[in-house]
Ligand binder design. Sequence first.
Ligand code: HEC
Length: 122
Amino acid sequence: MPRITIVSALLLVFGLAAAGSAQAVDVEKTFKFYCAQCHGLDGKGKGPNVTKDFATTPRNFTDPKEMNKLTDGDIKTAIKDGGPAVSKSELMPPWGKTLTDEEIDALVGYIRKLCQCKGKQG
Ligand code: HEC
């Protein structure tokens, strides 16, 4: 019964993944699921979704020079309400209806880890 074997193999894989540290894995999962196709798994803005017809390339989150220009509030607004809310490209979709506030806060923290910067204060 090959189908059952595949299902149990998948269960094993997901079980092992879930056994990792719960919180850190969660935000990483959210990022991979919703953001990485554009911003890239490593946050450098080169996800598989970014083609040459992308008028604006997604922000490279690992660039502290660029990322320090933003406050945590700017990042949060960009995620929640999309690019146009912070005068950026509409290619950055709004996530306020998809993600909870907690998830968005966690993503802000995750992005700060990627840039290893604290951002503009205020
Ligand atoms: C469909 C592609 C796409 C997806 C998916 C996407 N983004 Fe973006 N994002 C962009 C683009 C393009 C920009 C650049 C906008 C600009 O600079 O004008 C951007 C910009 C941003 C910015 C603003 C950076 C700045 O300089 O103001 C943040 C923060 C951000 N994205 C976070 C996220 C997060 C978190 C997710 C997942 C929940 C996500 N993005 C998903 C395309 C995407």
